[in-house]
Write a protein that binds this ligand. Sequence first.
Ligand code: SF4
Length: 491
Amino acid sequence: MSDAHMPPAHPFDDDKLREECGVFGLIGSADAANFVALGLHALQHRGQEAGGIVSYEPSQGFNSARRFGYVRDNFTSQSLMQTLPGSLAIGHVRYSTSGSKGPTQIRDVQPFFGEFSMGGAAIAHNGNITNADALRRELIERGSIFQSSSDSECIIHLMARSLQRDIPSRMEDALRRVEGAFSVVAMTRTKLIGVRDPLGVRPLVLGRVGDAWALASETCALDIIGAEYVREIEPGEMVVINEKDGVQSHRPFRPQRPRFCIFEHVYFSRPDSIIGSRSVYETRRQIGVELAKEAPVDADLVCPVPDSGTPAAIGFAHQSGIPYGMGIVRNQYMGRTFIEPTEQIRNMGVRLKLNVNRALIEGKRVILVDDSVVRGTTSRKIKEMILDAGAAEVHFRIASPPTAWPCFYGVDTPQREKLLAATMSEDEMREHLQVDSLRFISLDGLYRAVGEAKGRDAASPQYCDACFSGEYPVEPSDQIEKGFQLKTAAE
Ligand code: SF4
């Protein structure tokens, strides 16, 4: 894939955690694949490397198309979309699965398809299976032949080995063997199926448009097709939808206390999405309010690191009474129009993507609000830009707690030793970044911002927050086998 096909997901996308997938499915409307393409387009922030759609039409059977690059560059072609007929379709956008870092092969692009004695099925998976290595070994020993390096393909092989008589029951069997995080959208010839893991780590929502039903990673994907948001798929729930009977709900797993990914609120989800009944934008604004209460500082200007720091900066400014201003302006077209042809230009790095609004910054004590610090490389560059523009002081305020642990549940994270917060205290990070002050929101403050008035329940946390706390709600068994060390009592 050329650089021209890589989108500017975030100005420092090499220094951010990245969501790895988005899923979408629709049943009950002619040309379902066109709706799926639109839904995937709205979910492009969850994965920009590749996308795929599978559709079913009775006279033509299953059809699929899988492509590298943006949805809009592939699934807007009339000639391609005509090959995906039918009133039932699912799709997937991916960044990269944890099983296959590095260059993706087209065979790793979902949805995956399996042919069973009772008919075909296609599945699209958002999340990560934490026992995929062990499952793959077992399945290969028992004769399965894998076609991709994706952990998600295990689900198809486990379904093939199930003795159940219908596909939803086989899927239940398969998913009971799987550990980790999964929001799955699947289809048979007549059914659209949605499943969330028992902890509900990754999101999945149900929508309705006319007589059709839709499943999507986020509500913003329902909005784009004019669908009404009906509800979330509950943690541990499987919905089976057909055109005649509508939505039927099953509970295939042992009930557990949900542990939704709290980072969806902070960064991954689009700000115009709704999680539960909460607006993501409003939650992020509230994080800024909490941050201003926890870590006030005397300054002249609150400035977001665009775009993901914007709602928290607005909340911070509101709470502190310090004026808000766009001290940094993002070049929206970077990445698509400019391929950094020379070393000299490549070294300009952040300046290609962001520019400082000198007239606003000069002589001011500036509070910079960002969503997270991962490696810290770009935070330092931004600070330099702000100082070069004549700022008197630079104070960082971060809308998430220090990211000190990797995620194994479907988010791309650097290895632990590359995470700044894994090796430095907050004070050491401030010195390393050479800023006048650096403060992160506390875990309790973040929990309050997402609506937990009493903060985090330490005995039984209400969310997954493993990348901050090191407390993994599902043991990452494959990683432990590879040498990953869980948090010790001393840490
Ligand atoms: S470890 Fe962090 S990013 Fe991963 S699911 Fe948990 S909260 Fe989300």
